[in-house]
Design a protein around this ligand. Structure first.
Ligand SMILES: *Cc1c(COP(=O)(O)O)cnc(C)c1O
Length: 370
């Protein structure tokens, strides 16, 4: 039995009629950029996220980039984030001539450790980007308090966290900017690239709308230096068809996670994911920690049994060649560095069949001799 990390053809097959009609109708209109359907999708996602505005963009990376651009920072200003994330989170900081400053993670949740964030704050700190990794929110209670003390804006990277809650409050209500990615394998994925910034701040939303279209409202007059970052109409149509299913898909991921939690309970050699009691997890990844240096051996064993798995992430950003110029050294973020050698994500997609997840669990147990 073959089990992969994602099965997008199966997701498409389930929605084929509606999906084909939606995409073909875009082709027939000949309107491929921002259309009335963009505004409709923005308000649907904003509404389900509990904020007033959504601004649809080209990618999750652009959602982070435009959020930082909207803050009007100066070269050398520092932005604190985690080194245990997809590169885009820190890349946008560096691209704007700002300085990424990396704080360590909480080893239980893999999210930013608020106490280390506090230690990294200087007079040059101008923003904090918590990443809500694997489908679980960072400790926004503590981070909001720290940001408030220092009057720092928060950009929540929710590329992996659509539908998440912390203390019963949706992810988008915790930061000035909350960024989503619609990369095809994210919990809500387009058929190509896409992203969105969610915000409750009208002025911020308006500035983002300028920035995504060359700093203009399409009048050939330019208020800001912007760029080209539209969510195209075909992606808008695809997302419009998928959106009504996101809650059920997130619930299916949670059920798969609950199944694995029970299957691995009490087993030695691995640590199952930890959900902080104040969080609702959406399991973008189901990430176990493998002890005793056996992570790569488990990955190879799963692969021999035709089971996909992923290492998110195999390295910390402060030690990557492109980011070493910011002065990072081994040992700077010990919990993040240890995690890179121990984490393994196993299939948790909503399309996973009962017999597939049983096979995954049995195979993992067999590896550990259980
Ligand atoms: C996917 C992802 C991004 C980037 O999103 P794209 O849509 O691929 O540009 C940023 N941050 C995190 C944490 C991600 O997982």
């Amino acid at each position: 039995m073959k089990v992969s990390m994602a099965d997008l053809p199966a997701q498409y097959a389930a929605l084929k009629g509606e999906m084909d009609a939606a995409v073909l109708s875009v082709l027939a209109t000949g309107m491929f950029g921002l259309t009335p359907a963009t505004a409709e999708l923005e308000s649907r996602i904003a509404e389900m996220s509990g904020v007033r505005y959504g601004v649809a963009l080209n990618s999750g990376t652009d959602a982070l980039l435009l959020s930082l651009m909207a803050l009007d920072l100066s070269p050398g200003d520092e932005v604190i984030t985690t080194p245990f994330t997809f590169v885009a989170t820190a890349e946008v900081v560096a691209l704007l001539g700002l300085t990424p400053v990396f704080a360590d993670i909480d080893p239980a949740t893999y999210n930013l450790d608020p106490q280390d964030v506090r230690r990294k704050i200087t007079e040059r700190t101008k923003a904090i980007i918590p990443v809500h990794l694997f489908g679980q929110m960072a400790d926004m209670t503590a981070l909001t308090a720290i940001a408030g003390e220092h009057q720092l804006p928060l950009i929540g990277d929710a590329a992996q966290a659509i539908g998440c809650f912390h203390h019963g409050k949706p992810v988008a209500q915790w930061s000035l900017f909350t960024t989503l990615s619609f990369f095809p394998t994210k919990n809500l994925g387009a058929a190509g690239d896409g992203g969105m910034v969610l915000t409750d701040d009208e002025a911020v939303a308006e500035k983002l709308r300028y920035l995504r279209f060359h700093g203009s409202k399409g009048t050939y007059s330019y208020k800001y230096v912007g760029l080209c970052s539209r969510l195209d109409a075909i992606q808008t149509a695809v997302l419009g068809v998928k959106l009504p299913h996101i809650d059920a898909w997130n619930e299916a991921r949670r059920q798969n996670a609950t199944f694995y939690d029970a299957a691995f309970a009490g087993m030695g050699g691995l640590v199952t994911p930890c959900t902080a009691p104040e969080n609702v997890h959406t399991y973008h990844q189901y990430t176990i920690r493998v002890n005793d240096g056996r992570r790569d051996a488990l990955k190879a064993y799963l692969s021999e049994h035709e089971i996909g798995s992923g290492i998110y992430y195999p390295g910390v950003l402060h030690l990557e060649e492109a980011y070493r110029r910011y002065g990072g050294k081994p040992g700077d973020s010990p919990h993040a560095e240890t995690a890179t050698a121990e984490v393994l994500s196993i299939p948790v997609m909503p399309e996973l069949k009962a017999e597939q997840r049983e096979f995954v669990a049995d195979t993992v147990r067999a590896f550990f001799g259980g």
